[in-house]
Ligand binder design. Structure first.
Ligand code: G6P
Length: 607
């Protein structure tokens, strides 16, 4: 949520790089954008509301002088998207520029104090207090670094900030608490950013900045120190396997479509994880008294599917909770014998991080499933599984969902081996079925994309739809509905088919679309009953069914077919694919950009 970037290079203009870096960070927010550069003791700024390409068209973001600069792409919290609320923000004399990701909780009182002291504010943002506080401390004779340190001692909330000033034009300083910052270094250039894709075209070596640390960036290098005592920090460089190409559209019209197509490779990569990583997590889980799955959004749907996998294969029944509501639901009834499995592709979702921190405080162990090396959740966790989706840029999660499911399936199998809940032969059969999943998903993409495009045209004008399933397919139904809501802005509800009779069925009238997720598992007969109920009320039935399921096909107006023989525990993986494609084509048909859905951001770092 909000993307920030700072670059300091030896010579040449830095604005074009910052502009491109912001495009790579745009998934973090796209209400407004801004760049400030520093040249010959002056700051130069272009900023406005709108997506980067729109603002660039109006202002030409490349046309700014200077070889040091900062940039920001915003997801609005305090203040509407407007030119004045766009970052960077400045002190009274336009000598100090700040970009910020996060929320300063006590900004109102600090702002009042500053106004009393004579500072003038131009925006409604919480961020703007930062340059003014820094200004005061610098006016008292402190260096930029010291002024930032003093400022952090006054503010409460979460932040990642990057600051530069005409008073010390040879550097920029950055610090964080609760929001991510990574540092890059290549050829007399230093980079600091919210996320790796920003500087991936120049380097895939990154240095993590941790909470409570401050980095000073110059053309000669990077210094990291602890905020509270100034102690130097020696931090090793981490090489990540992501490539710049992975963060490009590669011929696809949108990242989302590319990422849907990348799913078979993402599963393959995740299946190749070292066995001890999965086994280590399974051991911790098998020793726990209570097991909680905590996640948000799409990751929450992976958690629901994971619950079925764990119960069926491992004989362990996890408690699935929305991370945002965990603390309010468990009333401290957690002990050191419990374990939290935190599922978060970004590793930065504040709700999930806060819930994991809370459980940790009560003594629980934490296992994380995340797609981002070095993300916040990895530092909280006792054990981490890094899924191998590569960078996901589309805001609506697709391939990261697929790899979460893959890892949960691997974990459930490993757990099954440990607990001997299932016969080893059954586990071996399931394991080999999971190995075949990349091929199956690949085939579904190949055969169902055209159907998805076609059904999008058929159902394009329907304002509302139901997605129903039973058992593990409730996860598929909910995820299918979420995708449609997120990117095509249709009202869509994912529901248990069993529960649908207790309310949602009231919505159904002639031609109302109801999408049934209908794998050939033990729920099938009961699901057919639900299809009949909806059909009797005039619904238009779309089924995602097993190839050759003539009975459900005859009850359906439209079908997506999934190859036979998918193990029930893994059915979400292929069955979600047509629904991802359907949402994609619904969104594009309506003229929406599926990569940047309205009001959403990929990494939600507010509570
Ligand atoms: C946001 C994104 C979703 C994602 C959710 C949880 O809402 O738009 O795609 O599923 O956050 O994110 P996480 O990084 O924790 O998986």
């Amino acid at each position: 949520m909000c993307g920030i970037i700072g670059v300091i290079q030896e010579k040449g203009e830095v604005a074009p790089f910052i502009h491109q870096a912001l495009r790579r960070l745009e998934y973090r927010g796209y209400d407004s954008v801004g760049i400030t550069t520093l040249d010959t003791s002056r700051l130069f700024t272009k900023k406005d509301k709108g997506k980067i390409d729109e603002v660039h068209q109006m202002l030409n973001l490349d046309d700014l002088p200077g070889s040091i600069g900062i940039g920001h792409t915003r997801w609005a919290t305090h203040g509407i998207p407007s030119m004045y609320n766009s970052h960077p923000h400045f002190d009274c004399n336009d000598e100090i520029a700040v970009v910020h990701n996060g929320v300063i909780d006590n900004f109102l009182e600090l702002r009042e104090d500053l106004i009393k002291k004579g500072h003038t504010f131009k925006s409604e943002t919480d961020t703007e207090i930062l340059p003014h506080l820094i200004e005061d401390f610098m006016n008292d004779g402190r260096s930029l670094k010291e002024a930032l340190k003093m400022t952090t001692s006054l503010i409460e909330g979460t932040y990642a900030v990057v600051v530069m000033s005409t008073r010390e034009p040879d550097k920029m300083v950055a610090t964080r608490d609760g929001n991510p910052l990574v540092i890059g270094r290549q050829d007399k250039t230093s980079y600091v950013s919210s996320d790796i894709p920003a500087f991936l075209p120049v380097t895939n070596n990154m240095i993590l900045l941790l909470d409570g640390e401050l980095a000073t960036l110059t053309i000669d290098g990077i210094d990291i120190e602890k905020l509270h005592n100034g102690q130097k920090v020696a931090r090793e460089t981490i090489k990540i396997s992501w490539t710049a190409d992975q963060a490009q559209k590669g011929g696809f019209p949108h990242f989302m479509l590319k990422e849907i197509h990348e799913q078979p490779d993402a599963i393959k990569g995740t299946l190749r994880l070292r066995p001890e990583i999965i086994e280590g997590a399974a051991k911790l889980i098998s020793n726990a008294d209570n097991l909680f799955f905590l996640a948000m959004g799409t990751s929450g749907h992976a958690a629901v599917a994971g619950k079925h996998m764990f119960a069926s294969l491992g004989g362990v029944l996890p408690i699935v909770e929305l991370a945002s509501d965990f603390q309010d639901s468990v009333y401290d009834v957690i002990t050191e014998n419990d374990l939290v499995l935190a599922i978060t592709q970004s590793g930065e979702t504040t709700d999930t991080i806060m819930a994991a921190k809370y459980a940790k405080r009560l003594g629980a162990r934490i296992v994380a499933v995340t797609n981002v090396v070095g993300s916040s959740i990895t530092r909280l966790a006792d054990h981490t599984i890094i899924t191998q989706a590569g960078p996901e840029i589309g805001v609506a999660a697709t391939k990261t969902f697929m790899v979460q499911l893959t890892s949960l399936a691997q974990l459930a199998l490993a757990l099954g081996e440990l607990t001997a809940h299932q016969d080893p032969e059954i586990i071996a059969i399931k394991r080999s079925a999971l190995e075949k999943m990349p091929k199956i998903v690949s085939r579904v993409i190949a055969t169902e994309e055209e159907h998805a495009r076609h059904y999008a045209r058929l159902y394009y004008a329907s304002p509302s739809m139901l997605f129903l399933g039973r058992g593990i397919s409730i996860a598929t139904a909910c995820e299918g509905a979420l995708k449609l809501k997120e990117i095509a802005y249709n009202h869509a509800e994912g529901y248990s088919a069993g529960e649908s009779k207790h309310g949602p069925i009231a919505l159904v009238q002639d031609n109302y679309p109801v999408i049934f997720v209908a794998p050939n598992d033990e729920t099938r007969t009961r699901l057919i009953g639900n299809i009949m109920e909806m059909k009797a009320r005039g619904a238009s039935i779309v089924s995602v069914l097993e190839e050759g399921d003539g009975e459900i096909q005859s009850l359906s107006d439209s079908v997506f077919s999934i190859p036979r023989g998918v193990e029930p525990e893994f059915s979400v993986m292929p069955y979600i694919v047509p629904l991802q494609l359907f949402s994609y084509y619904m969104a594009t048909l309506k003229g929406y950009d599926p990569d940047k859905p309205r009001n959403l951001a990929k990494s939600v770092t507010v509570l």
